[in-house]
Design a protein around this ligand. Structure first.
Ligand SMILES: Cc1cc2nc3c(=O)[nH]c(=O)nc-3n(C[C@H](O)[C@H](O)[C@H](O)COP(=O)(O)OP(=O)(O)OC[C@H]3O[C@@H](n4cnc5c(N)ncnc54)[C@H](O)[C@@H]3O)c2cc1C
Length: 357
């Protein structure tokens, strides 16, 4: 095996695609039964048609050159985030306020959601090149030129190069790397995983009724439980949906999931009127419960956006045999889709060039 990539999120899939296109023999190992990592969609149970996003939604191709290039090369289409009409502002006075809310310059959505990236990239891979439900627990030196990758199943895969595309704190906590110098392990432990402690809510409706009243579907709230919400309908207004981020801390969400749903419906009804109380479905995706994404360190510290991490994270280790490629490693837009694409691409190109720095 030329290269083993650990983690089939966007960064791992991007690295795999670049390496495969260059003729390398690649194996992508994913811990979860599903590929995509933080990118996940709700799909219609009968047709599997994309309905809404449970992970990321927006990209900014106007300001993100790597996103713009991959959108073009994968033949994806985009449309603007709907923001026509007033937002509803809660907690800034005794009653909800209605007013236009700017601040979405250049923000677009991908037709089919960011899972369109995952589908397009994975379709370019040989099916045998991706293994799901294959958690990795160790990366050890194997002679002067090889690396042994240990799976939880007991299997050992030997490779010339390894790219670690898991969240850095998850790797530091769960993948044994005896060769890693203390400053590298420390840099991994210190890097928060963006959005890993958040919960995202999607409410699906039969039509975008809020638009009839000149409302944009947007909420900015100090009182919660949603701290913000947005119109999440398809480009044509169908399927009709709203999404929001939950302000309740993870332990409170875990203790009372039904109470959370009821409070969300009350808040949506306060903002958008009685039809909001009766969604076709209300889905809460709590990323703080996903052990392949979040760690205790993320949960016990404030959810800060990652800074640009130390160069050590972007350098090769073990004489060029091991590299890291997850969004938080990137020098540009760390934590975002742009960062994942850039990190995956860079690690793959550096591996091909056999650069040791
Ligand atoms: C709710 C939410 C909203 C977001 N909104 C936006 C947005 O609007 N715009 C934006 O640009 N970004 C957004 N983001 C961030 C964006 O989703 C990430 O930057 C991007 O998806 C990261 O991709 P990645 O491949 O680097 O990492 P990940 O997606 O975290 O992939 C890592 C993979 O490694 C796997 N893994 C972990 N441990 C192991 C192991 N031991 N063995 C094998 N595999 C393992 C995991 O299961 C996972 O599949 C959002 C994220 C969330 C959660």
């Amino acid at each position: 095996m030329d290269v083993v990539i650990i983690g089939a999120g966007l960064a791992g899939l991007t690295a795999a695609t670049v390496l495969r296109d260059a003729g390398a023999d690649v194996l992508l190992l994913e811990a979860h039964a599903r590929i995509g990592g933080r990118i996940q969609a709700i799909r219609a149970p009968d047709t599997n048609q994309y309905l809404a996003d449970l992970g990321p939604t927006w990209v900014w191709p106007k300001y993100q050159p790597v996103v713009a290039r991959w959108i073009r090369s994968l033949g994806l289409a985009t449309f603007e985030q709907f923001n026509e009409g007033d937002a509803v502002i809660l907690g800034y006075g005794p009653a909800p306020l209605r007013q236009p809310l700017p601040g979405q310059n250049g923000m677009v959505r991908i037709v089919g959601g960011p899972t369109a990236f995952i589908d397009a990239l994975s379709n370019r891979m040989d099916a045998a090149g991706i293994r799901a439900s294959a958690p990795v627990i160790g990366i050890h030196e194997d002679g002067p030129a090889q690396v042994s990758v240990y799976l939880a199943s007991g299997e050992i895969v030997s490779a010339g190069r390894v790219i670690v595309s898991t969240p850095l704190r998850v790797a530091a906590a769960g993948i044994d790397m005896p060769w890693a110098p203390p400053p590298l392990s420390e840099a991994m432990r210190r890097t928060p995983t963006w959005m890993s402690t958040h919960a995202k809510v999607v409410a699906l409706y039969d039509r975008p009724f809020w638009r009839d009243k000149g409302l944009a579907g947007r909420i900015a709230s100090r009182s919660g439980p949603l701290v913000e919400a947005h119109d999440h309908s398809g480009a044509s207004g169908h399927p009709a949906a709203l999404f929001g981020f939950v302000g309740w801390p993870p332990d409170m969400r875990r203790k009372d999931p039904q109470g959370l749903k009821q409070a969300i419906l009350r808040q949506l009804t306060e903002c958008f009127g009685p039809p909001a109380a009766h969604p076709i479905d209300l889905i809460v995706q709590d990323w703080a419960t996903h052990s392949n994404i979040v760690t205790e360190s993320d949960l016990s510290q404030p959810a800060n956006h990652p800074d640009i991490g130390p160069a050590l994270l972007r350098q090769a280790h073990l004489d060029g045999r091991v590299r890291f490629a997850v969004s938080e490693v990137s020098e540009t837009s760390p934590g975002l889709i742009e960062g994942a694409l850039a990190a995956g691409e860079k690690a793959a190109l550096d591996s091909l060039g056999n650069r040791t720095s």
